[in-house]
Every structure is written in C-alpha cells, then in structure tokens.
Ligand binder design. Structure first.
Ligand SMILES: Cc1ncc(C[n+]2csc(CCOP(=O)(O)OP(=O)(O)O)c2C)c(N)n1
Ligand code: SF4
Ligand SMILES: [Mg+2]
Length: 293
C-alpha cells in the first residue's frame, strides 16, 4: 500500500509543474533498457508532485553512468568527482539550507571510493536525500565487480568468481544513524515515485537504495523480479530492530520504507553554532579586540 508522504514546510512557495517540465534539453545517453531511465522518470514525477520549483532544487552526483543524472534535469546540478557526492551535497546544504538538495550516484561511487563519507553523512543527519542506483556492478567502466556484487560473480575483474562478500547498504545506513531508509526497484515506478517523495519530504538524511539493473554488463531484471517483495503492511517504520531484521534478509529483498525517525539535523545544529560564533569568545569582533587595545 502506498503511503502519503508527510510534506515538510518548504521555505518557498510550491509550484504546479508537470513531470516533463523537470526534463532538461539534454537527452539521456544510457543504454536502452538501463534501469536508470525508470529512476529518472520517477524523480521527475516525485518533484513535480511535491511542487518543488526547479530553481530551488539542486542535484549533485558522483561519477558513473548514474552520475549523469543531473544533466537530464531542469534544476541546478553539479556533476562532481568520483565518490565525493556526499561532501559536495553537504556543502551545498550548509551554504544554502533553504534549497532541496539531492545526491545521486552508483553503488561503486557510494560504497567503494566514496565509502568513507556515507556513515558520516548518516550520523550527522544532514538534511539531504541520497539516491543510490544500485546495479551491483561498475557500469561506466564496463563491468567490474562492485561492493554490492554477489559472491561468485564472474566478470572482467573477477574472472574466477568474486570472493568478496557484498556489503548491505541498508544495514550500514541504519547502524550509522540515517533517519529515513527505503529500498525501491526501477521496474516498480509507482512505488519508487512514492518513496522518492517521502525521502525528499523527510527532514534529515534519507537514503534510498534503488535496484536499477545494468542491461549491458549485468542484467539482473529477472533476478530482482523473483526475489523482491513489498515490506509487510504491518511493518512499523519506527521499529529499528524490525527494520534491521528485514534488511538482513538476503533471500527476500524487501522493498518499501524501512525506517524513519525525527532527530535534529546537522544544518539546524550548525546554524546554532553559527549564531554562537558571531557573539562568543571566538567571534571575529572578540578576536579583533586583541589588536584594538
Ligand atoms: C578517482 C577515480 N577513480 C576511478 C575512476 C573510474 N571510474 C569511473 S566510474 C567508476 C565506477 C562506476 O560504478 P558505479 O558507481 O556503480 O556507477 P554506474 O556506472 O554503475 O552507474 C569508476 C571506477 C574515476 N573516474 N575516478
Ligand atoms: S552500461 Fe549499464 S549502467 Fe551504464 S547506461 Fe548502460 S545499462 Fe546503464
Ligand atoms: Mg553501479
């Protein structure tokens, strides 16, 4: 069952635009059938239904096929360097807290080179939305194993089978302190749109893992159709232990909203520090006083 997102009071007037109004003039160059097309369509729909003015929306990305995402959106965008999307998005949010900031990227970008940033963004509860298009492979560099590739996967970088156990992004986010967690599948657009809306509407660090198959280097459409299932209707997203239990299930991969909690955000906490810093012992005026005497 789809749930209504709780809309945060945005600091701007919402607008009435169609999903197509969020499309840029740049046409996606993904391979036909790539799951990322579905994620992009759901994203257009989600921001249109939330009424976010394009000039109040920033999309930051890392490097990978998925990292091309901001170019296809009529909004502000920043295609950063590999693995650094979270510091980038954090900086944007700290400098312009009134903007809606979304970070997007792939599983390699997020959990290989960018891994050091993930638990920290989660524990700080930066008020941004992070959408990881997880195809369990490095797509852009033509099919090497990633940290979410299954054991035994035979690909160019693992011709005798992958011996690295995959990590579990949802569990990692949960234990690190993310305050909103969900999982979607690019072939389930309605549910995915609803989850993107909820993730953006949540005040705090929202993490959405989207299974988004790479048809060219690792076609997992049939696999995910078989093993995914909606979270049971009775699951209470305030129950962290239950969220953990569902996230640990490796046979059935549950889709939906796993967890949500309200906790002060990093940007709010930092605005308190800023206020103190302008008046306290280390304020610019107080420091300058030393030289005025
Ligand atoms: C510093 C650095 N190291 C390595 C690369 C090469 N590189 C580009 S994208 C990528 C991985 C892409 O995989 P993923 O993040 O899963 O994105 P996908 O293409 O699957 O969407 C790598 C290793 C790079 N661009 N920069
Ligand atoms: S290589 Fe894979 S991830 Fe990249 S655009 Fe093609 S299908 Fe999508
Ligand atoms: Mg990938």
């Amino acid at each position: 069952m789809l749930s209504e997102p709780q809309i945060i009071p945005f600091q701007f007037e919402t607008v009435n635009l169609k999903p197509n109004d969020y499309k840029s003039e740049v046409k996606p160059i993904w391979c036909p059938g790539c799951g990322d097309f579905g994620v992009l369509s759901s994203f257009y729909k989600a921001v249109s239904e939330l009424g976010i003015p394009p000039e109040q929306l920033v999309i930051a990305s890392g490097i990978g096929c998925s990292g091309r995402f901001p170019a296809f959106c009529n909004s502000y965008g920043f295609h950063g360097v590999h693995g650094r999307v979270l510091p980038l998005a954090t900086g944007i949010k700290m400098a312009r807290p009134e903007l809606v900031v979304c970070a997007v990227g792939g599983d390699g970008d997020a959990f290989s080179i960018g891994m050091g940033h993930f638990p920290h963004a989660a524990r700080r509860n930066v008020n941004i939305t992070y959408i990881v298009m997880d195809n369990e492979i490095y797509g852009l560099t033509k099919g090497q194993a990633s940290p979410t590739s299954p054991l035994g996967l035979e690909k160019k970088s693992t011709p005798y089978g992958n011996v690295d156990r995959p990590l579990n992004p949802l569990l990692l986010a949960l234990v690190s302190g993310a305050t909103w967690l969900g999982r979607a599948f690019s072939s389930k657009p309605k549910e995915m749109t609803d989850l993107i809306k909820q993730a953006i509407a949540h005040k705090g660090f929202s993490f959405l893992q989207v299974y988004s198959p790479c048809v060219t280097f690792y076609d997992t459409y049939n696999h995910f159709k078989e093993v995914t299932k909606p979270l049971p209707a009775e699951h209470n997203p305030a129950d962290k232990a239950a969220a953990m239990m569902y996230a640990m299930n490796e046979e059935t991969l549950y889709l939906g909203k796993y967890y949500q909690e309200e906790r002060p955000t990093y940007d709010d906490a930092y605005s308190g520090v800023r206020q103190k810093a302008t008046k306290g012992a280390y304020s610019f005026d107080k420091l300058m006083d030393r030289y005025r005497r």
